[in-house]
Write a protein that binds this ligand. Structure first.
Ligand code: NAP
Length: 329
């Protein structure tokens, strides 16, 4: 049995972590809930017991004997407090982007690179939601055919941008101006996720590019991305165009994907079987459909990949990392 802290327990991802810990009957001895000062004293129910939320501060961390700290409280909170939890003996599993590209921090999708948890120094990073769902699919294809180039185009749900973003979607339907998004999200699509960088990409796009290379251990893989926010409540969709090093038969690609852990092939257009955000929400798996040859290049493949961004894209992946750690102990 383990002592667990959830940092950001009042947020979207934090609450989902709690429900997944309950669903999977995670072996918890003591549970501690942390958030900002604003939420200190709030009560959250877990398995019929009320837990009081504590402010995330050094004093409250040091008074606990912790095995795991699951963070989903934004990058600044992770930068400041993850090292304090780690120094205090906990393994931190962090959902923010703060530590992902640190060479001393493994970036892990359990179905893809479980071996990387072994070299952690007290912090393990959970990849970006849009990267996570592509990984089990691309890993299976890479192992069989070799990846030469990947082109991502995403259609990302508002839930990936936190509670205020969900409020913007609800408010937008009543004609109220958005607070989180720079332009209305209702009746619109925004090719703008996270901040714009000097190279013309958004930070979200660069996360997808860099994290893909790190997780697959393919430092030179050619990857590009366009990430787009759409007025969908939950679950991200992605068009993934890949160029492979080796030739393939389409039916073999389908078999490879059917055998991939965490992946469900949902592809029968005659019977309207292609994944959509509504169908993928509240499911653990990554769904792939519209599997077809890209006739414009040699060894080209088009895929449509949909997954619940709060579940597999964040909370579930973090809990699976903790389960992997327990298995290895
Ligand atoms: N893996 C992924 O790709 C993925 C997917 C979605 C989200 N995320 C990440 O997960 C994090 C949370 O996302 P979310 O959607 O759950 O956001 P959210 O619903 O807005 O919740 C934010 C949480 O962070 C807490 N928090 C804010 N400032 C804090 C501080 N100074 N100290 C301690 N806690 C603080 C909030 O507590 P209060 O209630 O007290 O304000 C709340 O619990 C973000 O870093 C986001 O980037 C990652």
């Amino acid at each position: 049995m383990y002592n667990i802290a959830i940092v950001g327990a009042t947020g979207n991802v934090g609450r989902k972590i709690l429900s997944i810990l309950e669903e999977r009957n995670f072996p918890i001895k003591n549970l501690y809930l942390f958030a900002s000062k604003r939420s200190a004293g709030k009560k959250i129910n877990f398995k019929g017991v009320e837990y009081v939320v504590e402010e995330t501060c050094e004093e409250n961390i040091k008074s606990k004997d912790l095995d795991f700290a699951l963070f989903s409280a934004g990058g600044d909170t992770s930068l400041e407090f993850a090292p304090i939890f780690a120094k205090n003996g906990a393994v931190v599993i962090d959902n923010s982007s703060a530590w992902r590209m640190d060479p001393k921090v493994p970036l892990v999708v359990p179905e893809v690179n479980p071996e990387d948890i072994k070299w952690n120094n007290g912090i393990i990073a959970n990849p970006n939601c849009s990267t996570i769902q592509a990984m089990p699919v691309l890993k299976a294809i890479h192992d069989k055919y070799g990846l030469k180039r990947v082109v991502y185009s995403t259609y990302q749900a508002v839930s990936g941008a936190g509670m205020q973003a969900i409020q913007d979607l609800e408010d937008g339907m009543k004609g109220i101006a958005p607070k989180k998004f720079p332009k209305p999200i209702v009746g619109n699509v925004l090719p703008h996720i996270d901040v714009f960088l000097e190279n013309g990409y958004t930070k979200e796009e660069m996360k997808m590019i860099n994290e893909t290379r790190k997780i697959l251990h393919l430092d030179d893989l050619k990857v590009t991305a366009t990430t787009v926010r759409v007025p969908v409540l939950n679950s991200h969709s992605e068009s993934i165009n890949v160029e492979l090093l080796n030739s393939f038969e389409l039916e073999d690609v389908v078999k490879v994907l059917e055998a991939a852990p965490g992946v469900v092939v949902y592809d029968d257009v005659d019977n309207l079987k292609y994944p959509t955000p509504l169908e993928a929400s509240d499911k653990d798996d990554v769904f792939v459909g519209r599997i077809r040859r890209d006739f414009s290049i040699d060894n080209g493949l088009n895929l449509w990949v949909v997954a619940d961004n709060i579940r597999k894209g964040a909370a579930l992946n973090a809990v699976q990392i903790a389960e992997l750690m327990i298995k290895g102990k």
